[in-house]
Design a binder for this molecule. Structure first.
Ligand SMILES: NC(=O)c1ccc[n+]([C@@H]2O[C@H](COP(=O)([O-])OP(=O)(O)OC[C@H]3O[C@@H](n4cnc5c(N)ncnc54)[C@H](OP(=O)(O)O)[C@@H]3O)[C@@H](O)[C@H]2O)c1
Length: 338
């Protein structure tokens, strides 16, 4: 156990793009636990675009992080002290541990115990929130059929790269939208997407006509903004738009208004546009995990980790994620697994 608990606290609410000085670094004594509490030492910290929304003074699917509080974040860690029934020292758990070395969780805190022999990196990516988001969003809301065309944005990111591969497993024609030529090459050459569009250098609507000649049946929307706008015009009758996230609009004080053609296009093309939060499917996790683990094991589902070393790098790593620095799942190694 290190002698101190290093933390990033939310110092101020960002007024535009996130800045490193929106957070303050502190070091204090490792906390003691009380009755029914458990102390968890962080091993891996997930960085997620949604973290940016949590620092606004607006409730999302969770309350906003309070000023002066540790920044929230999804953590896989090890129990180092426990007064809580069902958890013992050495257990590996996942939950909202925040940007800190040690978190005290009360009896009411949601902690999910993982098998100790698990591949923890996979549990934070392809077999964790990332993989489950891709799985349920695509399969439950998108409901793909073999031969359909699937378009996915932020396609070289954590969720998008998994969505495209699951769509290929289901026999679809898959096109991804990403922000660099290198990312576009990776999703086609390594992950087996049928096509890719660099939204920073190409006219997305124009290239969609070539890459999706039969139109789009499912648009898995990770970005909103201009890519959603372009996809909307290419949707086929009966198409589904899976609203997973709006990363193009998180890091700004002036989000764009919704796309043109709404709701008229939904009406005339009989489109369904539906949002979801991965936690909605918590009670069906085992089913998804069985498929994801099997596809990883048989080589049909690949995943890439963008590991950042050290808690001290969390603010700049999140800022970089929002700017598209990452390929695959960005996470932080806070401490060693053993
Ligand atoms: N609904 C849920 O339960 C749920 C759960 C997890 C994640 N999500 C959502 O899923 C989406 C992807 O999350 P992730 O964790 O997999 O992150 P990620 O895709 O690994 O990282 C974010 C990516 O977004 C892209 N991006 C940034 N600004 C953009 C812009 N203006 N236009 C287009 N692309 C932009 C960047 O790639 P480029 O180089 O391509 O720009 C960046 O790499 C996010 O919207 C997130 O909020 C939803």
């Amino acid at each position: 156990m290190t002698a101190s608990n290093r933390q990033y606290l939310l110092a101020q609410r960002p007024t535009g793009a996130l800045q490193e000085n929106d957070f303050t670094w502190t070091e204090s004594a490792v906390p003691e636990i009380g009755p029914d509490e458990v102390l968890v030492r962080s091993i891996y910290l997930s960085l997620d675009p949604a973290n940016r929304g949590w620092v606004n003074d607006v409730a999302t699917y969770r309350p906003p992080v309070g000023l002066g509080e540790p920044m929230a974040g999804f953590v896989i860690g090890r129990v180092v002290a426990s007064n809580r029934d069902g958890l013992t020292v050495g257990d590996i758990v996942e939950g909202d541990g925040g940007w800190q070395d040690y978190a005290v969780h009360g009896a009411e805190a949601e902690l999910h115990r993982l098998p100790s022999a698990d591949d923890l990196v996979a549990r934070m990516s392809v077999r964790g929130v990332t993989g489950l988001t891709a799985y349920w969003g695509l399969l439950d809301i998108g409901a793909p059929k073999a031969g359909e065309t699937v378009l996915v944005s932020a396609a070289a990111g954590a969720v998008g790269s998994i969505v495209g591969q699951i769509a290929k497993i289901k026999g679809c024609h898959v096109v991804g939208v990403a922000g660099t030529d290198e990312k576009c090459r990776w999703i086609v050459d390594e992950l087996g997407f049928d096509g890719a569009i660099n939204y920073k250098t190409e006219n997305v609507l124009k290239v969609l006509r070539q890459q999706c000649p039969d139109g789009i049946d499912i648009y898995f929307d990770n970005t909103g903004g201009d890519i959603l706008q372009a996809a909307l015009f290419r949707m086929n009758q009966g198409g589904r738009i899976v609203c997973c996230g709006v990363v193009s609009q998180y890091d700004t004080a002036k989000p764009l208004p919704g796309p043109h053609g709404m709701p008229g296009l939904l009406v005339v093309r009989r489109l369904r546009m539906e949002g979801f939060i991965v936690m909605d499917y918590d009670d069906r996790r085992e089913q998804a995990d069985g498929d994801l683990a099997a596809w990883v094991a048989d080589g049909r589902l690949k995943y890439k980790i963008d590991m950042i070393e050290g808690l001290e790098n969390a603010p700049r790593a999140l800022i970089g994620l929002l700017r598209g620095e990452n390929t695959g799942k960005r996470m932080i190694r806070v401490s060693e697994e053993t």
